[in-house]
Design a protein around this ligand. Structure first.
Ligand SMILES: [Zn+2]
Length: 125
């Protein structure tokens, strides 16, 4: 196939979107490219925090154990594992992501810190 600008200064050889190399030099495998495409799709499904409302509540578990539950943020629209690590760092506690239920759980009572952290990121709480 001849390129539109072949032979002109605008004739830029096609580059791999992944590694930025000219396609003839590109070492990326089909799996790399598929993974990158999936990542792009995931990112395209993300929503800005300002457009989302998070709910934070406390839940009492067996015994006296309390967990702070963040809900209302979907695993599709958010990078929940990343959000979890930010919340864990802010609250100084452990937690888990329950992607199927679209929620994050933090060990202990961290209602205020979780709310203010989410607000700082830009979520409506
Ligand atoms: Zn490449």
């Amino acid at each position: 196939m001849t390129r539109l600008f072949a032979g002109t200064p605008f004739d830029i050889p096609p580059e791999c979107e992944l590694c930025g190399q000219v396609e003839s030099e590109c070492q990326c495998t089909a799996a790399d490219k598929a993974a990158a495409e999936q990542q792009r799709d995931r990112e395209a499904a993300r929503l800005p925090p300002e457009k989302q409302r998070a709910r934070v509540r406390l839940e009492q578990r067996k015994g006296k154990r309390r967990v702070t539950v963040v809900e209302g943020l979907s695993a599709e629209a958010n990078d929940l594992p990343d959000l979890l690590s930010r919340l864990q760092a802010a609250c100084g506690t452990g937690g888990t992501v329950k992607a199927k239920e679209d929620l994050i759980e933090l060990q202990g009572d961290h209602l205020d810190t979780a709310k203010s952290t989410l607000k700082t990121i830009g979520y409506r709480v």
